[in-house]
Write a protein that binds this ligand. Structure first.
Ligand SMILES: [Ca+2]
Length: 292
């Protein structure tokens, strides 16, 4: 009898461990963050997107992220083709302008839509607003998300692509004299010679950006998310809504928060079940010994 119980217990534990491993194998995909400017305004700001192989080419790439965000936020708004210069965008956010699109991955110029991406990456794709001279200059803050800092002061550094070097690689420079905005309204703060500005973040969630007279900027994006206590002003517009605590995306932290937490729950459940089984086996063994 004792042996049968032991075998049953071991089998149970094996089954539990087996299903645990299956859980890990099917863990939710990691998340990356996608920002899109349609040439006039920021239409998606640091939106969480699953890193999955949407175009089924065996890799997760910039193309996959753009397919994913358009599926949910701008249906039929994206198209790309494999041409002489590799995979390139022909439609972004519903706009077909003959090829005036750009994209940066983690604030570095991406070489192709087929560049691989991983969880934690941030992608910024934009439509050129200047479709004659293509003077749109990519720009970015040193922070992309802040959580629950409403009403507090933070210092931002703004950089932009001031030109290209001899290898056509972007040259990043501090941008002086840019006005910082919150949801499109000037905050009355300008960047200094080092591109720095100290701003007081609005109390509620807001999209922090910047503009400068005489420079066609691809707007920089900082999502300030404030989890307001019991207000009804929750921003339901997914386009500029601040994602809830997206973590430190600038460090390229890998893994999905939700995937991780669901795994943790499974581990806790498994440990409890295993412990209960062990206790049960021991208790019954003792009982039997006592009876003998
Ligand atoms: Ca793919």
């Amino acid at each position: 009898m004792k042996k049968i119980r032991m075998i049953t217990a071991v089998t149970l534990i094996a089954v539990i461990l087996g299903s645990l491993l299956t859980c890990f194998a099917e863990e939710a995909p990691g998340k990356a963050y996608v920002t899109i400017s349609d040439g006039k305004t920021v239409v998606a700001a640091m939106k969480e997107v699953d890193v999955t192989d949407k175009d089924e080419d065996g890799k997760t790439t910039i193309n996959d992220l753009l397919i994913a965000i358009h599926e949910t936020d701008c249906k039929d708004g994206f198209a790309s083709v494999n041409g002489d210069y590799g995979l390139s965008i022909t439609k972004l956010w519903g706009i077909e302008n003959g090829g005036g699109y750009g994209f940066y991955l983690n604030d570095q110029m991406a070489s192709s839509l087929a560049d691989e991406v991983k969880a934690g990456d941030s992608l910024y794709a934009y439509v050129y607003s200047d479709t004659t001279a293509y003077s749109d200059a990519y720009s970015f803050f040193d922070q992309k998300t802040v959580s629950d800092q409403g009403g507090k002061e933070i210092t931002l550094t703004l950089k932009y692509v001031s030109g290209l070097d001899e290898n056509y690689a972007p040259v990043f420079s501090a941008l002086e004299g840019a006005d910082i905005t919150a949801d499109g309204k000037d905050l009355g703060v300008r960047t200094d010679a080092e591109g720095k500005a100290t701003v007081t973040l609005p109390d509620a969630s807001a999209l922090i950006s910047a503009h400068k007279e005489g420079v066609v900027l691809v707007p920089p994006v900082l999502v300030s998310s404030v989890t307001a206590p019991a207000t009804t002003e929750a921003d339901t517009d997914g386009t500029t809504a601040a994602p809830a605590a997206t973590g430190d995306v600038t460090t390229g932290a890998s893994g999905s928060g939700s995937g991780r937490s669901s795994s943790t729950v499974w581990i806790v459940i498994a440990v409890i079940v295993i412990a209960l089984v062990c206790v049960g086996v021991i208790a019954r063994g003792k009982k039997k010994n006592g009876a003998n």
